[in-house]
Design a protein around this ligand. Structure first.
Ligand code: ZN
Length: 429
């Protein structure tokens, strides 16, 4: 008999990680923590992604799902994991009220995520496996790109395998037995690997839409951490490193609200969650594209669904400055004492919006693409802005040259334009 140990090293390409809502206090979605206080990625949180990656061989390696009369147990055991990371990022967001186009009340939430570049090692064990099947398994694992934790539709938690290592022990030999009984330290000791695979560095799912934008006014996305020596009355901007950041959640919220508005304006169904109208319907095109959750799940009813589109974070190139404002005294019409405040803003700069399918291989229909382009045209026309202060001219964006070229797809003779016209007239499926 032989015992094989496999170590799979994953690298976070985008911020993410497994959260533990049950630990929520000051932070709504804190990271799941190990006993030592570092983040922990439970192996079980990767099991589902592993099953879908293994495809046809999933049942052979991971066993058949319960309830089957001829249940096959899992041959592959997920022994544990180790997560290495630097200081977690704190991301804050609100839902968008589709009527007002602004933040909906009582939807402010904060989430803690591991920064991009964090790493997870997953430790696996297989007993009585043939060397050839282990070699096949290693090669398949090297191509794995699981999404770890929540936020799939806002580009969170994208990882790729950087390395897979295999070690085969024979417990009949003293050396093999010693290693087997020695715990993880011995089992996964660095020196005695029999085979190693490098992970694929090929790009993930190709972007459906990559749109360059330039700022047409000051941009302020709130929720950042105050800078050292900044005065207390200065609202910090959300940052990644030294740059301002537009999180994927902002894009998703703004584009969802605008796509719904466009559909309803043309008499097509699109629900309005976060308003008096109530919860997401789960059936309209906007729910399909952007996903939905219900706050009142019933027994046997679904609690929500991940959308088909994923919106990545955009780093804004451009210097962060601060702008001062004074509050106006409503009685005298003059500046009111004690009401000086300032915002951190980016006044000029550029950024890129990236929209990808959530599921690899999925593609947008021309009608869906046209709907997104219509919403982007409204952003370009400055009917909609992003971030805070949009009522005082903040958050206006324009499509850059190549971005504007995309809008030519909205012409009636282009398949995208024809499809979205048919959709808005109620003819498209
Ligand atoms: Zn809906």
């Amino acid at each position: 008999m032989t015992v094989a140990f496999i170590q799979v090293d994953l690298l976070f390409e985008t911020p993410g990680g497994v959260s533990a809502p049950e630990l929520g206090g000051a932070i709504d979605l804190p990271l799941n923590l190990a006993r030592d206080g570092g983040a922990w990625t439970p192996p079980s949180s990767l099991a589902g992604a592993l099953r879908s990656h293994l495809g046809d061989s999933a049942d052979a390696w991971l066993g058949t799902p319960g309830g089957d009369p001829e249940t096959v147990p899992s041959r592959l055991r997920l022994l544990g994991s180790e997560t290495r990371h630097s200081e977690p990022e704190l991301l804050r967001s609100t839902a968008i009220n589709p009527v007002r186009g602004a933040a909906a009340s009582s939807t402010f939430r904060s989430a803690q995520v591991l920064p991009a570049g964090s790493a997870v090692s997953l430790y696996l064990r297989v007993d009585r496996a043939q060397r050839a099947e282990l070699d096949d398994l290693g090669a398949v694992l090297a191509r794995w790109r699981p999404i770890v934790g929540r936020g799939r539709s806002t580009g969170r938690g994208r990882t790729r395998v950087t390395r897979v290592r295999l070690r085969v022990l024979d417990p009949a030999t003293p050396e093999g037995l010693r290693a087997l009984l020695g715990g993880r330290e011995e089992q996964f000791a660095d020196t005695r690997w029999v085979r190693e695979w490098k992970g694929s560095t090929a790009a993930g799912p190709s972007a459906e839409l990559s749109v360059g934008l330039v700022l047409a006014g000051p941009l302020h996305i709130g929720g950042g951490v105050p800078q050292q020596d900044a005065p207390a009355n200065r609202a910090p901007i959300l940052r990644r490193g030294d740059s301002a950041l537009v999180p994927g959640t902002t894009w998703k919220g703004v584009l969802r609200a605008r796509c719904g508005y466009i559909l309803r304006s043309c008499g097509q169904p699109a629900c309005m969650p976060h308003t008096d109208e109530g919860a997401a319907c789960g059936t309209c095109r906007v729910c399909d594209l952007f996903g939905w959750t219900t706050s009142a799940p019933g027994r046997g009813r679904p609690t929500g669904h991940v959308g088909r589109l994923s919106f990545s974070d955009s780093v804004v190139s451009g210097e962060i400055v601060h702008r001062s404002h004074v509050g106006i005294d409503r009685f005298t019409g003059g500046a009111r004492t004690g009401l000086l405040f300032s915002d951190e803003v980016v006044e000029s700069g550029s950024l890129t919006l990236t929209v990808e399918p959530t599921r690899p291989g999925d593609q947008l229909t021309p009608a869906d693409r046209g709907l997104l382009l219509l919403a982007l045209r409204d952003i370009d026309d400055q009917l909609v802005g992003i971030g805070g202060g949009t009522t005082r001219g903040y958050g206006s964006l324009r499509l850059s040259g190549a971005g504007r070229e995309l809008l030519s797809e909205l012409a009636a003779e282009h398949p995208t334009g024809a499809a979205v016209r048919a959709l808005l007239q109620g003819a498209a499926a």
